[in-house]
Design a protein. Structure first.
Lengths: 334, 166
């Protein structure tokens, strides 16, 4: 038993109870609504940022009336015969532009300093959907700096209150020691009585954070993301619940940063433990699988050129292979 | 065959007359032109580097890293200049500003090392265009000649503007 929905004119059959966002992800491509707070690996996430708003132009086969307002696609389940408009509806595009503007009201424009720049969801969202200039004239909100440990850096000013890290703390780590304090404009991510975030899986809050509010302190200001080279690697991790599959970010010979592997929607495939993330930073700790595929639209792929090793002319010639052996070994090491 | 364009010239070669065959008047005439340039015309060259020509307004020369109104370095080592550089001439190492250095660096992060290889640089000005902090401008002179390659790698000592009160 499956239900049929149409998203931007593309029909898809999904299980009943699937959300519109996940139905769109089954189709894939441009019609997938962007999501800042929804995270498929975290239960109950979503419904906060409103970037995934879509227009339901036909409610269902039984009740074909359109829904009166735009709905959050990450929270709305599909109905049989539902028709959804995302990028084909000017209303949605306009609303999304407004949402980006609101998200950016209190977000500082410190991308040149932020370590997340280059792989930031909000940066991409604003680039694709936002206006080029801000209309906001008032001071942005400020917070007292809170140190949440020597591994994770919290920049509260950059937070968009997506609650993803709170869900990680709730669901992945065994006891939660950080959360959202205060209400409304004063809401902030913090730890109770400034306790350090100290759990084997606490590092995952860095990966789930869509902005640069939670960043890796061991990578802080080390390098820009687009100068580093992502390489897929794995190791045998003793920790139950961590399978040790990661992305290493190289600069030259050094591993500057270790992150979990992310899929096309910027969500991690599997959560990794803090030992893998923070303590194993030499090539010897890892089994290298190969370079990570980076979309050629991403800034991370800038100035990285692919060359075939060995060159086709050398491949068939054993004499040339022998003569250039040393060079191949050097070039194919990474 | 008829010519396609009417540009063909028919060359007439008349025999030279006596004065033309003597060559001397032609030589003297040529010498007179030389002497006229040598003695009475202004030099077209200048004695660089003591003497310099006026540059056009949009001339792109040596880079300088700017300071803001309070004399703090504007550069935050965001790396956009290095990213945009088609010659890959720029490298930098960033560092975090320590408490007490607020009068030296404008932002939380600054470039501890900032190097431009002037032999690689093509003076295209893309770094200037990419800079979000208005920190780099190619407003200097022509890069002076030198003997060693290593001396063309300009660090912050040569690039950063002089402090305000000096």
């Amino acid at each position: 038993m499956s239900v049929k929905v149409t998203i931007d004119g593309i029909p898809v059959e999904v299980e009943p109870g699937t959300t519109i966002l996940n139905a769109a992800r089954q189709i894939g491509g441009d019609i997938v609504p962007p999501a800042m707070c929804y995270y498929s690996k975290l239960k109950d996430s979503g419904g906060k940022c409103r970037t995934c708003l879509v227009k339901v132009s036909k409610g269902s086969e039984k009740d074909p009336r359109p829904m009166p307002k735009l709905v959050a696609s990450c929270r709305t389940t599909v109905m049989d015969g539902m028709e959804v408009q995302n990028i084909t509806s000017p209303e949605v595009v306009e609303a999304r532009k407004g949402i980006v503007e609101i998200l950016l009201i209190n977000h500082p424009l410190d991308c040149p300093i932020c370590d997340q720049a280059g792989e930031c969801d909000l940066q991409n969202l604003a680039f694709d959907h936002g206006a080029a200039k801000t209309r906001y004239e008032f001071d942005r909100r400020k917070f007292e700096k809170i140190d949440i440990g020597d591994k994770i850096q919290l920049h509260m000013t950059r937070c968009i209150l997506c609650y993803r890290c709170v869900f990680v703390a709730d669901q992945i780590t065994d006891h939660r020691i950080h959360g959202i304090l205060n209400r409304g404009d004063h809401s902030e991510i913090s730890t109770y009585i400034k306790a350090a975030v100290d759990n084997d899986f606490s590092g995952n809050v860095i990966d789930v954070c869509p902005v640069g509010a939670l960043t890796d302190k061991t990578f802080r200001f080390k390098n820009r993301v687009w100068f580093t080279k992502p390489v897929e690697a794995h190791r045998d991790c003793d920790h139950p619940g961590c399978n040790g599959k990661v992305t290493l970010w190289y600069k030259g010979e050094d591993v500057l940063r270790v992150t979990a592997r992310k899929d096309v929607y910027g969500e991690v495939e599997e959560f990794i433990c803090n030992t893998c993330r923070f303590d194993k930073k030499s090539t010897g700790d890892w089994v290298i699988e190969g370079p990570r595929k980076v979309s050629n639209q991403s800034v991370i792929s800038a100035n990285h050129y692919e060359t075939l090793h060995p060159l086709p002319v050398v491949k068939t010639n054993i004499l040339l292979q022998e003569a250039n052996k040393e060079q191949f070994e050097r070039e194919t090491r990474l | 065959m008829e010519s396609l364009s009417n540009k063909r010239k028919v060359i007439e070669s008349k025999p030279l007359n006596f004065w033309e065959r003597a060559y001397l008047p032609a030589i003297l005439h040529g010498l007179a032109i030389t002497m006229k340039h040598f003695l009475f015309k202004k030099d077209v060259t200048v004695r660089y580097p003591e003497q310099k020509r006026e540059f056009s307004e949009n001339f792109r020369g040596m880079h300088s890293l700017k300071r803001d109104e309070e004399g703090r370095e504007r550069c935050t080592a965001c790396g956009l200049c290095a990213l945009s550089c088609p010659a890959e001439a720029i490298t930098m190492i960033s560092a975090e500003r320590q408490p007490g250095e607020e009068n030296l660096y404008r932002e939380e992060k600054y470039a501890a090392v900032y190097e431009i290889n002037m032999l690689r640089c093509i003076f295209c000005g893309l770094c200037e265009e990419a800079c979000p902090k208005e920190a780099i401008y190619l407003d200097g002179d022509i890069i002076p000649a030198d003997y060693l390659r290593k001396d063309f790698i300009y660090g912050k000592d040569k690039l950063v503007e002089a402090p305000l009160n000096q």
